[in-house]
Structures are given as C-alpha cells and as structure tokens.
Design a protein around this ligand. Structure first.
Ligand code: CO
Length: 288
C-alpha cells in the first residue's frame, strides 16, 4: 500500500447542514435509510440518491431487490459487509462482497436484480446514484465489479487509510473516473485526533456520511449515521476532517450538471416527455 503525505489545502469547506435521512424500505422489503432524498437532488447535483443499509437481522434484507429497470443514470453500490448477487438484462452478473464496489451505468436501460447471498450476519453498505449528462443518458449500459483487493488505497504517515473508489485523492487515482461529473468517492478510516485533508474544486457539490464514530469539520461535528452537506465557499479548495475517536466515513463530491432533473421512480431524465418514453419503452420490452 502507498504511504503518502497529503497535499496541504488552503481553506477547508465547512458543514452547511446535517441530514438524518428517512427510514424506508425498497425492493422486496429491504430496510434502509434514504439519506440523499429527492429534495436534495438540486443541492447535491450530480448525485441523485444515497441509500445506507445496515442490519444483522436477515428479515431486513433477505428479500433483496428483484428485477427492476433503470434509465438515465449510474448506480454505485459499495458493500462494507455482506454478499449480494447482481444480474442484469445486458448479460452481466457478479457477486458483490465485503469491501467491493459495483458500478452500473444504466444508460438507455437495464433490468437488474440484487439478491443477498447470505442467510444471516451483517449486511452493510451504500447505494449512490450518479446522474448522467443529457447527452449520455441513452448510452449503452456498462457494468463493472471491483473486488475489494482491486480498489486503490493509500495510508498517510499519520495512519489515515483512504480507499479511492472514484476520482483522485492526494495523487492516487481511484477505480473509476468519469468525464463531465468527475466524481470523487472516498472511504476514509480516520484514527483518533489526526487531521486529514483532501483537495477538490470549490465548484463541486460535496457531502460526507459518517458510518462509524463521529467526524468534525471546522469545529462542527457530524455524528454516526448522519450526512453532512459541505458548504460551497469560493476559495475553499478541499476539506479537512478530524475525529476524537476512531471514525469511518465516505466523502462524495462531483461537478454539477446544472441540467433539469425529472425523476419517475427508477428513471431519471431531463423532461417529462423522456419519462413517458422510458415508461413506454419499458412496457414494450425494449430494455435490453
Ligand atoms: Co437497481
């Protein structure tokens, strides 16, 4: 693993707002917390949704997500703990396991299922939805599995471990890069009383989600299982994080598309007309 010295930043963003999320269920009855909800899609453009799931009760997850369609965006599933089988209509199949990432570009449309391959134990992770620019919404579907061992990581001299799922942090390029939205997606393991900084442009929308411990940004603390939206301050060229106990969080940032967002369930397009088209195509069996 690379040991690096983080690049200094000039000014950290601060926490604009703390979000608790809404307990809900999806698929065939999987219990989860919807952290990034529809009313935050404009604020956190290009990100459309973040679901956090965490349970060791199989009744909360065992039914999984049977066949359902998507069009117009990408889904990024990061599994901290558990085993989930993916199958889709474009012929892709994969087993998502502890520490692994599944990146699926729905593009013009896929039908897929995500079914747990475990009957007990902990299931914990996230699903993030990343929007596609208008010109790419009808692109061919794409899919990749990234087993845990293939995700680039680095450790700072002070012992902060960073897993780079997407984008580049402190010179380390992640598993995935995307033009236009340029997403940064990090999983950060922060020891107690150590500061850690990473750079990203002040034009990006960004948030953190703490999944263990509690994390401070410019004196404001984000508790466990909370999202902190990072302020967009001109000149703030990154974020500085610290914790008074060993903590873990994801940091997500990306360049806004500033295009109209029209969502109908699993379809996210730019106009109502395109939503009607998606429903019609789906009903006519035109999703792969
Ligand atoms: Co899905």
């Amino acid at each position: 693993m690379n040991t690096i010295t983080p690049v200094a930043i000039n000014e950290s963003r601060s926490i604009e707002r703390i979000i608790e999320g809404i307990a809900t269920s999806d698929g065939a009855g999987v219990k989860l917390t919807r952290v990034l909800t529809g009313n935050l899609q404009k604020r956190l453009d290009p990100f459309l949704m973040l679901d956090a799931f965490r349970s060791d009760d199989p009744d909360d997850y065992i039914a999984g997500f049977p066949n359902h369609p998507h069009r117009g965006f990408e889904t990024v599933t990061y599994m901290l703990s558990g085993h989930m089988r993916h199958r889709d209509s474009a012929g892709h199949e994969g087993l998502l396991e502890n520490g692994g990432v599944q990146w699926m570009t729905a593009g013009r449309g896929v039908i897929h299922s995500e079914i747990p391959e475990q009957e007990d134990g902990m299931m914990e992770g996230f699903q993030l939805w990343l929007n596609l620019p208008a010109k790419n919404k009808m692109m061919d579907p794409w899919y990749r599995d990234f087993p845990s061992a293939s995700i680039p990581e680095y450790v700072t001299q002070q012992g902060v471990k960073v897993r780079v799922i997407a984008g580049t942090s402190n010179g380390v390029a992640g598993a995935v890069s995307r033009e236009i939205t340029l997403p940064l997606y990090l999983d950060i393991h922060l020891p107690s009383r150590i500061e850690f900084s990473t750079k990203f442009p002040d034009t990006y929308n960004a948030f953190i989600y703490v999944y263990s411990g509690a994390v401070s940004v410019k004196g404001k603390q984000v508790e466990s299982h909370r999202m902190g939206i990072l302020s967009n301050q001109s000149g703030a060229d990154g974020v500085t994080l610290s914790a008074t106990e060993e903590s873990r969080l994801i940091l997500v940032a990306g360049k806004p598309l500033n295009e109209p967002i029209v969502q109908y369930g699993p379809f996210v397009m730019n106009t109502q007309q395109e939503i009607h088209q998606a429903l019609s195509d789906f009903n006519n069996g035109q999703f792969a």
